[in-house]
Design a protein around this ligand. Sequence first.
Ligand code: C5P
Length: 252
Amino acid sequence: MSNAIAPQDRIFVALDTPDIERAAALSKSLMQAVGGIKIGKEFFTAQGPDGVRLAAGGMPLFLDLKFHDIPNTVAGAVRAAVHLRPAIVNVHASGGRAMMQAAAEAARETAEDLGIEPPKVIGVTVLTSLDRQDLEEVGQPGPAADQVLRLARLTQDSGLDGVVCSPREIGALRQACGPDFLLVVPGIRPSWAASGDQKRIMTPQEAIAAGADHLVIGRPITAAENPLAAAQRIAAKLAGDAAESRAGAPVG
Ligand code: C5P
């Protein structure tokens, strides 16, 4: 886990909406309080690259499009994505080594051509919606946790920067992949927020203490009566804990 990241910069807000006005209004109002926004397939498919530019409004962007295809096609998709100047893009680790290497290379080369910082390219290991039986049905017997670890190691070996992982995977992945491997973690719920459909949750403080780099937080912020206040409350708690931990007090 990197200690160099400012507490509020750890937060990426998930804008899970196809509505461009709502997305743009949310990101504008949250600009001062969070590190960036996450845009996924729903918004991208509805609004396209111009919509993404508008919604991001210059904020750091996690473009969560989870590419998975043959290496040549994924490289082309990553090249196109880098023109949106994202901070983070992702691919499915199960696309394999050659696909991930092609993605990393495409990101580096395109960023160099554009004279910009390359995005972090991260892998998606096992979707948390899949249980052991689902995995068995698609020919992956054994505990999901083993597959997560296998794919995270392959991701690292293929030259990617990190993975998306669930809160309960942070400890094992941090241990297996070392301090510089980026762990981007959804499934986060402040103690005052409803868990919704998320089952295995951690508070923002718990996830950071466990070793997360970035937190993906959606509804606790976007569905709050006052999204800015909710984001500020989360960031303030993280900042307080960071200060406490620097002073040697227990984190929690
Ligand atoms: O609203 P909420 O905080 O649950 O949003 C979490 C975001 O992270 C959503 O965009 C969701 O699709 C995404 N995500 C997740 N669990 C995963 C992977 C992604 O919740 N395993």
